[in-house]
Ligand binder design. Structure first.
Ligand code: ADE
Length: 255
């Protein structure tokens, strides 16, 4: 039996998650039961009459800080639900700009876990004691600041769902994606053969699968060298890849 990946999200804006639960590849993954998404609004765990979950920062300064207790109660409810669903050790992840930067390896690691509890911050931040007490790791989706963790959590969920077996349907596979083998994806083309005077590269029309494979690999290598040279520095090239990359660099040289 395939056990659904359990994903719980703590957010003041649970409706935002309709974007991934009702559309596209991620929506289908939930529909097919490959994963289960449960949203928790920390307001529901607030014990004060206004259902507020934030307060002014100790030490002064702008903005408000999310209080520890409603978040802890929401996280504990999510963990209890996951235990009931058979997850031994749900991992609590706080989405924040100071977290470890998300990349393909991190997505694969998260995709291998049975259960995740994603904590989305708002306002100026979250009381540090909650992070020290309840969070296993912090994840950032890039060096910029979003208005809250929701979009980052959706990025994490979307990226890991497409790695689940069966999420992409039979014809597609996530192992063709950019980054899987440490290179950017090759360019794609579809009908018509000529569009606004631009031709589809002739190698793709010939049906010679070995030539097509070599051409795509060469495009991946050339694009990676031009756009993301850092990826090539961390990766050993095979003999074939070195030759293809050298050829493409030579072809770019002016006469
Ligand atoms: N929350 C605000 N900015 C963020 C970022 N860059 N990554 C993850 N969570 C965030």
């Amino acid at each position: 039996m395939v056990v659904a990946k359990q994903i719980d999200v703590i957010s003041l804006f649970p409706d935002m998650f309709d974007a991934i639960s009702r559309h596209g590849v991620s929506g289908r993954a939930f529909e097919r039961g490959l994963a289960h998404l449960q949203l928790w609004n920390p307001r529901e765990f607030s014990t004060n009459p206004y259902r507020s979950v934030d307060d002014r920062p100790y030490g002064g300064g702008p903005g408000m800080v999310m209080q520890a207790e409603p978040l802890a109660a929401a996280i504990e409810a999510a963990q209890a639900r996951q235990h009931d669903a058979g997850v031994g050790d749900p991992r609590v992840i706080f989405l924040a700009p100071h977290g470890r930067r998300l990349d393909h390896d991190a997505v694969m690691r998260l995709a291998s876990l049975d259960g995740l509890v994603l904590l989305c911050g708002r306002y100026e931040g979250v009381d540090q004691r909650l992070i020290d007490e309840s969070v296993h790791e912090c994840v950032s989706i890039g060096d910029y600041v979003l208005s809250g963790g929701e979009l980052a959590a959706m990025v994490v969920i979307d990226a890991l769902l497409r790695q689940l077996p069966g999420a992409l349907g039979d014809a597609q596979s996530a192992d063709q994606d950019s980054f899987v083998d440490g290179l950017l994806d090759y360019p794609h083309y579809t009908r018509p053969e000529v569009w606004r005077g631009r031709q589809v590269p002739s190698v793709l029309l010939g049906g010679d699968h070995e030539r097509i494979r070599r051409w795509r690999l060469q495009q991946s290598l050339a694009d990676t060298a031009a756009l993301r040279p850092d990826l090539l520095r961390n990766r050993d090239l095979s003999k074939e890849e070195s030759v293809l990359l050298a050829q493409s660099l030579q072809a770019e040289q002016p006469e």
